[in-house]
Ligand binder design. Structure first.
Ligand code: UDP
Length: 234
């Protein structure tokens, strides 16, 4: 395995899969299988999951709710996804701990950096819920920050596309995928890999990002081995 400690970022929206309900059981199942494969190879894995399938802070204004309130709602949405993932992983016999950026004693532990590292060392998968616990951030910024804090070697951003393209591959059939990019190039080309806060955190801390297709079977384990897939930004 190339990487010993990984931070995996999964989007909430992808959890919806082909369903109109919030969580598609098939997607959840597939995530668990991929995660289990990597875990079995002895990789330490922390996961940040988004909440876009349930609620995004940006939606608040359309409901006449202020942004900050909406962001907290978004953070709680990530906890629902995190709990679903935790439950599903446990059914697969994988040990997990859920740590949240907002105190919720009955369902998860508070985020304590040293404790998170200890869980990883003991072979548990740590899921970070409720983002960093502050409004005006995203789960991408959570992924970057937590990855730095737990000294992960890489942030793996699982998406529905197999990497970063010259232009939107869904709209432009002639779009070309980058296999690797420097942070500087990604910034100059305005490729929107993550929001600026998340991206800058990675760049300033020399933390590589790999954007890859989480829906492709075996992809996560390929990447953990260091095999070429997706786009590496370093
Ligand atoms: N959020 C926040 N602070 C955080 C993380 C998340 O305020 O540290 C809120 C924000 O409103 C965001 C929502 O939670 O829109 C859901 O997360 P995100 O949109 O990042 O989920 P994804 O797009 O990955 O599904």
């Amino acid at each position: 395995m190339k990487y010993k400690r990984i931070l995996l970022k999964l989007s909430g929206e992808a959890l919806m899969g082909s369903k109109t309900t919030n969580i598609d059981p098939a997607v959840l199942e597939q995530y668990c299988e991929e995660i289990k494969l990597v875990k079995e190879q002895g990789v330490e894995l922390a996961i940040v999951i988004g909440g876009g399938n349930i609620f995004r802070g940006g939606q608040a204004e359309t409901l006449g709710i202020d942004r900050v309130q909406g962001d907290y709602m978004g953070m709680l949405a990530t906890v629902i996804n995190a709990m679903a993932l935790q439950g599903a992983l446990e059914r697969h016999g994988v040990y997990t701990r859920l740590m949240a950026g907002i105190k919720m004693e009955q369902v998860c532990e508070p985020f304590i950096r040293r404790r998170a590292i200890r869980h990883l060392e003991k072979g548990r998968i740590v899921i970070f819920g409720a983002g960093i616990g502050n409004p005006y951030f995203t789960t991408d910024s959570t992924a970057s920050l937590r990855a730095i804090e737990i000294q992960a070697e890489v942030v793996l951003k699982g998406t529905r596309v197999d990497g970063v393209y010259t232009k939107d591959p869904l709209k432009h059939p002639d779009a070309v995928r980058y296999t690797s990019l420097s942070f500087q190039e990604a910034y100059e080309k305005n490729l929107n890999i993550m929001d600026m806060t998340a991206f800058t955190l990675c760049m300033e801390n020399k933390l590589p990002i790999i954007v890859f297709d989480m829906n492709k079977k075996g992809n996560l384990v390929h990447i953990a081995k260091g095999e070429e897939a997706g786009t590496l930004i370093s």
